[in-house]
Design a binder for this molecule. Structure first.
Ligand code: TXA
Ligand code: MG
Length: 313
């Protein structure tokens, strides 16, 4: 069924309206510093179910819960000294912590897809923070795109992908980081589940120890499904030039009108990645992408590019 999607400005009225919709169990896409999230009240099972419906997302994929403060996170999960150290260093910001779910948290089991753990994060960005405080409840939010497609880094992307399927989008402009959050599981050690907006090196510096790498083969973070973030067209990686029928996405020395960063800046490349993929996808030709080095944010950029290029099921 098609519904009318309201486009809300990120001013006090718009944010108040967005918070009211969320409390009423409706779906509201909102800007975070990473990508737009498709938010719903995590304590209302039917609201969370609407997320899966709107995205066409496989039901086994658990969701990140967004909170306004460390205190709010502590009400949901069993906190630890390691969690505190990471949150103090990186919150608000693009780091998601996976911790044991408290039974009394009141979070719908649809959010965790039945797992005993919960992924929590405190996003940056004035609009997201004011919205979370006004909603005054944990907000489950996957990236605001149809399942398996490119993440949205502007309200226009959200409207193009989910318009008519969600209640509103709170437009706070383009996302600053442009890549999803880094996800770590926090136990006795800290394990990397998904590379993202906080580079591995920065985490290791705060921890004073290397991260445990994800076990190969195990889908510990189902966003790690091989084909994900996929444009409609075929994607070829590590291309130093394009064939006549391809469109080239450049980086650094590999120059193209469409480039992740002409100067080879990884932060700029991360912030532009999904917008550039959207642009290339709209062109319709197969996509060739220049090599991007693996250091710093390059790890997360290459992770997304590999998924964009993976054979489709
Ligand atoms: O930056 C972000 O993280 C964005 C913004 C909106 O916050 N959100 C985002 O959500 O990327 P999503 O749903 O597209 O990706 C969430 C990832 C999935 O790969 C999911 O499997 C993983 O988080 N995840 C959620 N709960 C988990 C848990 N309890 N254990 C392991 N992985 C979990
Ligand atoms: Mg996603």
């Amino acid at each position: 069924m098609k519904i009318q999607t309201e486009r809300l400005e990120a001013d006090p009225d718009g944010i108040a309206r967005a918070a009211r919709l969320l409390r009423d169990g409706r779906l509201v896409a909102f800007a975070t510093e990473t990508v737009y999230g498709l938010g719903a009240d995590a304590t209302q099972g039917d609201a969370v179910a609407r997320i899966y419906e709107a995205k066409g997302r496989p039901a086994f994929n658990p969701l990140i819960v967004h909170v306004a403060s460390i205190d709010a996170a502590q009400r949901l999960v069993t906190w630890s000294a390691l969690a505190q150290r990471l949150a103090e260093a990186f919150w608000p910001g693009p780091l998601t912590l996976v911790l044991p779910l408290k039974p009394e948290a009141g979070v719908s089991s649809l959010v965790t897809a039945g797992l005993p753990t919960l992924a929590v994060r405190m996003p940056q960005g004035a609009a997201a923070q004011v919205l979370l405080r006004a909603a005054d409840r944990p907000i489950a939010a996957p990236s605001a795109n149809p399942s398996g497609r490119i993440s949205s880094v502007s309200a226009d992307h959200v409207m193009a992908g989910l318009g008519g399927r969600i209640d509103a989008v709170l437009d706070a402009g383009p996302c600053q980081v442009g890549l999803e959050s880094t996800i770590v599981a926090v136990g006795e050690h800290v394990q990397l589940l998904r590379p993202g907006g906080i580079p591995q090196e920065a985490l290791e510096q705060v921890l004073g120890a290397p991260l445990q790498q994800p076990e190969t083969g195990a889908i510990t973070s189902p966003g790690q499904l091989a084909s994900h973030y996929a444009p409609g067209a075929r994607v070829r990686l590590n291309a130093t030039s394009a064939t006549p029928d391809e469109i080239l996405i450049g980086f650094g020395p590999v120059q193209s009108a469409l480039t992740l960063s002409a100067s080879g800046d990884l932060r700029e490349a991360a912030a532009r990645l999904f917008a550039i993929l959207h642009e290339a996808d709209a062109d319709g030709r197969p996509i060739a992408v220049a090599p991007v080095p693996m250091e710093g944010l390059g790890q997360a950029i290459n992770d997304r590019l590999r998924r964009a290029a993976a054979p489709r099921k």
